[in-house]
Ligand binder design. Sequence first.
Ligand code: HAM
Length: 421
Amino acid sequence: MRGTADILPDAARTWEWMERRIRDLFRRFHYGEIRTPAFEPTDLFRRSIGEGTDIVNKEMYTFPDRKGRSITLRPEGTAGVVRALIQHRLLEPNVVSKYFYLGPMFRYERPQAGRQRQFHQAGIEIVGSNRPEADVEAVALLRAFFLELGLGEVRFRVNTTGGRAFRPELNRILKQRLAPVKEALCTDCRERFSRNVLRIYDCKVPRCRDEIARLPGIRDLLPESDRDHFESVLRGLERLGISFEIDDRLVRGLDYYTRTIFEAYSDSLGACDALAGGGRYDALFEEMGAGREVPAVGFAVGMERVLQALSGADKLPAFPGPDAFMIRAGAVDCFDVLETADRLRRLGFSVASDLLGKSVKGQFRLADRLGARFALIRGERETESGAYRIKDLQTGEEEQVSETGLAARLGEKLGKRRVSP
Ligand code: HAM
């Protein structure tokens, strides 16, 4: 289906590698995994992401279930995490909890390179701290994420849109500035003017861009407390050696953000799409029914885009073939060979074999195609003497070993110590 992709075994190996590295990194930063459902009541996303957003207005997969309840395939992960933490009463005062998630998300967008209708995000949420350290840890983790996968340093764009308390005033100021030119704005922006004026900063239409260029940077309109928080975040980023660019016109496509927002870009991605985005959302928990303010900050990375950037930078890992390929030469019982393969696999070796009764030549060809490191050859003579010939498929060297010594010798040759006696 348009906008979806099958991940076939070769690619799945890369996904598995990415996921393993990422999980390992998240654990090092001490985040616990949270798995929330792929669908939720539509209302959850409307209320959290915001009625006036493109995601809610144009991109959600929404349908009635068999009892007529409106269901939506999750377009992002934050809303579900917030719902789950409130539902399971996991919000303790003065306790910070840190979560990560990996999984498919769904947005009805026009598919193109790096933009799918089912895509995958890896994300984190730091819940319970309003301090700039939390914002800085989020960005530091995001930088570590790209370093861990070998993508190197990425570009960060950061901004602040101020706290929720100031938002009505910010909207008022922006409306006042834009009112005289409102009729010159595009249709979408005229709609944004009444629904969510801050989003006008994100318009790509040239005549709107001209007006945006005449607006002050968002930061300049904010009260001192918000500017101080942002200054501290910037100081933290500098201290950790994270290079960033302040984009005082950056806004994000989801309404729940307050104060710090950020996006990550890579030169290897080609288009100007973000690899990741995130920010602070201090008001969301309370708005979703937590009963009090629970400050939080997080981000999500688009995994397909990371793959694309890795491939663009020629940084995709190459995976080795199997350690060994079993070769049955002549009138040898196929189960004899399969039994040895089974034993080696249980000891931790990766072993491939032919299941089609191919000729010796055909088996070698297959071993070659799979990139096997060694061939383990069992002919009639070897069967009689209870032995195997180990052939190095890179050098062509061969040696004979007894069946009982096979695992130990193979382990030595591979330079691995995986063999128990
Ligand atoms: P977002 O910016 O909407 O933020 O999405 C994060 C990332 O998901 C994007 O930077 C992009 O890499 C990827 N992405 C989004 N849409 C698509 C698509 N159609 N195809 C492929 N990749 C896509 C969020 O989702 C927030 N929940 C992040 C967050 C977590 N904020 C706080 N905590």
